[in-house]
Design a protein around this ligand. Structure first.
Ligand code: SAM
Length: 214
């Protein structure tokens, strides 16, 4: 998702109290940033932030961090926070490739990937957020017993993601090729912007929940 360049979005982000600045100094400082030691859940590739904003409202006992690469998209998430401020939600504008510089080993309890960009060309496979290269980064920041949840309507990307699990040392706790038809996995499901759009078009939604044995 890349919106047209919105004039001034970088300036708005730089001045926003909802955005964590100097992100590379955040490691081990998250308790201080949120003012409590609640567990940290993150969404990588948050887009306009609807999913995370809803999650933060529903679960005040969890601290959420939304990561988004593009300023024009992050701006929308900031606007949502201006309408309804939530103390347990912060944003970072960054490329997820640098995620291990922002969270210390074991600092994150849960990771969400929702409707990640597919990067369909083989030579771009390592850029896919559920690739083994990214799983290795998540392995560092995720605490023992932590989980990662991934949803997408893109079957090719999902099949690729499932195929990456064993070589990367991860295991599936749950896999479905029709989330909206799975009563157990739908419990507590919060729809993302893309999920609303693609499920309305009749596309089945794939989801896995994964962990590593530690
Ligand atoms: N998660 C949202 C949803 O489900 O509605 C947005 C999905 S959108 C297809 C993917 C988002 O991931 C885009 O906003 C894109 O800018 C962001 N993104 C892609 N690669 C990223 C990366 N390496 N680091 C941070 N954000 C990334």
């Amino acid at each position: 998702m890349r919106l047209r360049n919105i004039t001034g979005s970088r300036e708005v982000i730089a001045a926003s109290a909802y955005v964590v600045h100097g992100e590379k100094e955040c490691r081990r400082r998250w308790k201080e940033i949120f003012g409590n030691d609640s567990p940290i859940h993150i969404e990588i590739g948050m887009g306009k932030g609807k999913f995370l904003h809803t999650m933060a409202r529903l679960h005040p006992e969890v601290n959420y961090v939304g990561i988004e690469k593009y300023s024009s998209v992050l701006l929308r998430a900031i606007q949502k926070m201006e309408e309804e401020e939530l103390p347990n939600l912060k944003f970072i504008r960054m490329d997820a490739e640098e995620i291990t510089e922002v969270f210390a080993p074991g600092e994150v309890e849960r990771i969400y990937l929702n409707f990640s960009d597919p990067w369909p060309k083989d030579r771009h496979a390592r850029r896919r957020l559920p690739s083994r290269q990214f799983l290795a980064r998540y392995d560092v920041i995720l605490k023992d017993g932590g989980e990662l949840e991934f949803k997408t309507d893109n079957r090719q990307l999902f099949d690729f993601a499932v195929g990456e699990l064993a070589p990367a040392g991860w295991k599936a706790r749950a896999v479905t090729y029709d989330l909206h038809g799975d009563r157990a996995l739908m419990e507590g499901n919060v729809m993302t912007e893309y999920e609303e759009k693609f499920s309305a078009q009749g596309n089945p939604i794939n989801k896995y929940i994964i962990y590593r044995e530690k």
